[in-house]
Design a protein around this ligand. Structure first.
Ligand code: FAD
Ligand code: MLT
Ligand code: ZN
Length: 474
C-alpha cells in the first residue's frame, strides 16, 4: 500500500489487527485499550497538525512488564507500533504513518524514588516534565531541562528525542544528566540500565543509545535523572538590539560578566514578536527592535546576582551594544517575559501552515541564512520568523502560509539543508528526524555513519516493528 497523503512512503509488510489480537490486548490491559474513533484522533494527529496516521488502536500500559508483553506479542505477529509520550514532537515521529498500534505512556506516571542528597530521581517514562519539576521544587531541586511543551511532554519523550530546551546552556544535554534508562526491546526483552551512579565505566554505555533514538531501538519505560539544586534567585532581562552582530556581542559580554550565574540566552526577531502580538495578543514590554535577547541568571544570592545583571546591562548599553531593556521585577513579569519566547511555536500555528526548521549553525552564520531566505521567499509567504537558543548556536527558522504550498516548500527545501550542510551545521539540532526529516540525515551524517545506524536498528529490532518510517532513511 502507498499512503495517499505520503505517496513516496510504502506500508511495510506488517500484519493487520485481527479480532484475536484485540482479545489478547483487552485481556492484558483491561479498560486500557482505546478503539473508539473519536478517542483515536488525538493520538493519530501530531501537535503541528501536519502528519496524520490511521491507527485503529491505542494501548495504555502501566508497567514495564506489560510493555514487554505487548512488544513480544507484536514482534511475533509482525504488528508495527509507535511509542507515544505527550505527542508534542515537532517532526512527526510520535504519530503513526499508517495503522501502527500506538503504545502510550500516559498511565506510566509513577515517581519511583528521589534521593534528596544526590538529587537523583527515578521515575516512569510517562511522567509529565512539569509535574516532575513541581515535585522537585518542593524539595529545592529542579529538572535539568525546561521547554515550552513542559505541561504536556513526558520525560520518556524528552529522553527519546534528547530534547534540548531553554537551559541546555547551563545544565548540559540529557546525554549527561540521564544516569540510567530501562527500556524494552522489540523482542520484549527488558534492558535494565537504570543505574543511579554518577560514575560507571563498566563496558559500553548502552543507555546512550536510547537517548535521542526516537523510539526506533526500544521503548523507554523508566529513567534515572540527575537534578540540580533549585536556584534561590532567578532574574530575567529582555533586551532590544539593532542587528545580529550586536546580539552576538551581547552573548559574549554576558558570558564573561555573568559567568557562572548565566542560565539562559535566547533570541527572537521582530517578526517573531509581530507573530505573537497579532496571533496571541501578547505585549512587547519594550520598544520595537530588529532583534530581542532574553537573558536569565540563576544563582544563590539575590542581591549579588541583581547587581551583576545591572552592571552587565550598564556596560552593554554604555558600549552601545544593547539599545533598550527591561528586568522582570517579580515572578509574574518573569513568566510574561518567558511567555514571549516560549509561545512563538504556538503563535505560528495560527497563520495556517508552518514550515519548521531546527538547525545548528556556527554562530557567525546563524542569522545570515534568515536574511537569505527572506529575500528568496519574498511576498510568497505570510511570515519568515526566527528565534532560538542563541547560547547553543541553535536557530529555529519558520515560514508560514495560509495553507500548505508546494511551491514554497520547493523554495525552502533542499536549499536550507544544502546551506546548512555547507557550513557543517546540523539539520536537526534538537527536535530529531522523526518522519518528516529522516531523509535529510545525509546532510549532517556521513554515509558510513548512516550505515552503522541501519545495522544497529537491525540488531535491536530485526523485524522493524518499532516506529517504522522514522529516523532511519529509506
Ligand atoms: P512525543 O512527541 O510523544 O514523542 C517524540 C518521539 O519520541 C517519537 O518518536 C516517539 O515515538 C518517541 N517516544 C516518546 N516516548 C517514548 C518512549 N517512552 N520510549 C521510546 N520512544 C518514545 N524540543 C526541544 O528539544 N527543545 C525545545 O525547546 C522544545 N520546545 C517545544 C515547545 C513546544 C511548544 C512544543 C510543542 C514542542 C517543543 N519541543 C522542543 C519538541 C518536543 O516537545 C520535544 O521533542 C519533547 O521532548 C517530546 O516529548 P513528548 O513526550 O511529547 O514525546
Ligand atoms: C522552541 O525552542 O521554542 C522549540 O524548540 C519549539 C520550536 O522550535 O518552535
Ligand atoms: Zn527549541
Amino acid at each position: 500500500l502507498t499512503s495517499v497523503r505520503y505517496p513516496h512512503v510504502q506500508r511495510g509488510k506488517y500484519a493487520t489487527l485481527t479480532e484475536k489480537d484485540v482479545d489478547f490486548f483487552q485481556k492484558l490491559l483491561p479498560q486500557r485499550v482505546l478503539q473508539d474513533p473519536s478517542e483515536l484522533d488525538g493520538y493519530n494527529i501530531d501537535w503541528m497538525r501536519t502528519v496524520r496516521g490511521n491507527s485503529q488502536m491505542v494501548l495504555r500500559p502501566k508497567t514495564t512488564s506489560e510493555v514487554a508483553e505487548i512488544l513480544k506479542y507484536c514482534n511475533e505477529r509482525h504488528l508495527a507500533v509507535v511509542p507515544q509520550g505527550g505527542n508534542t514532537g515537532l517532526v512527526g515521529g510520535s504519530v503513526p504513518v499508517f495503522d501502527e498500534i500506538v503504545i502510550s505512556t500516559q498511565l506510566m506516571n509513577q515517581i519511583i524514588s528521589l534521593d534528596e542528597v544526590s538529587g537523583i530521581i527515578v521515575c516512569q517514562s510517562g511522567c509529565v516534565l512539569e509535574t516532575l519539576d513541581n515535585y522537585l521544587a518542593e524539595r529545592e531541586l529542579m529538572m535539568p531541562l525546561d521547554l515550552g511543551a513542559k505541561g504536556s511532554c513526558h520525560i520518556g519523550g524528552n529522553v527519546s528525542t534528547n530534547a534540548g530546551g531553554l537551559r541546555l546552556l547551563r545544565y548540559g544535554s540529557l546525554h549527561g544528566s540521564v544516569l540510567g534508562v530501562e527500556a524494552v526491546l522489540a523482542s520484549g526483552e527488558i534492558v535494565d540500565c537504570l543505574s543511579s551512579l554518577r560514575k560507571d565505566n563498566t563496558g559500553y554505555d548502552l543507555k546512550q543509545l536510547f537517548i535521542g533514538s526516537e523510539g526506533t531501538l526500544g521503548m523507554v519505560t523508566s529513567v534515572s535523572i540527575l537534578c540540580p539544586r533549585r536556584p534561590k534567585a532567578v532574574n530575567v532581562a529582555f533586551l532590544g538590539v539593532e542587528n545580529f552582530e550586536a546580539a552576538l556581542q551581547t552573548f559574549q559580554l554576558c558570558k564573561g560578566m555573568l559567568a557562572e550565574i548565566l542560565s539562559a540566552c535566547e533570541f527572537m526577531d521582530q517578526e517573531s514578536m509581530q507573530c505573537i502580538q497579532e496571533n496571541l495578543k501578547l505585549t512587547n514590554p519594550i520598544k520595537s527592535y530588529p532583534l530581542y535577547i532574553l537573558i536569565e541568571t540563576s544563582g544563590s544570592h539575590g542581591s549579588h546576582d541583581e547587581e551583576k545583571l545591572n552592571v552587565f546591562l550598564e556596560a552593554a548599553m554604555g558600549k552601545g551594544i544593547v539599545q533598550d531593556g527591561t528586568i522582570a521585577m517579580d515572578v509574574t513579569q518573569r513568566q510574561n517575559i518567558w511567555g514571549l519566547r516560549e509561545r512563538i511555536a504556538e503563535g505560528l500555528l495560527h497563520d495556517g501552515y508552518n514550515y519548521k526548521y531546527d538547525i545548528s549553525l556556527p554562530l557567525p552564520k546563524l542569522y545570515e541564512i534568515v536574511e537569505d531566505m527572506r529575500q528568496r521567499l519574498g511576498s510568497k509567504v505570510t511570515r519568515v520568523v526566527s528565534y532560538g537558543h542563541l547560547g547553543d548556536g541553535n536557530l529555529h527558522f519558520n515560514v508560514t502560509t495560509p495553507e500548505y504550498d508546494k511551491e514554497v516548500l520547493g523554495l525552502i527545501e533542499p536549499y536550507i539543508y544544502e546551506w546548512t550542510s555547507q557550513v557543517r551545521g546540523s539539520v536537526s539540532a534538537e527536535h530529531g528526524l522523526g518522519f518528516k526529516k529522516r531523509d535529510c540525515i545525509r546532510y549532517s551524517k556521513e554515509p558510513n555513519a548512516v550505515k552503522m545506524m541501519v545495522k544497529m536498528k537491525k540488531l535491536f529490532d530485526p523485524n522493524g516493528i518499532l516506529n517504522p518510517y522514522k529516523t532511519i532513511p529509506l
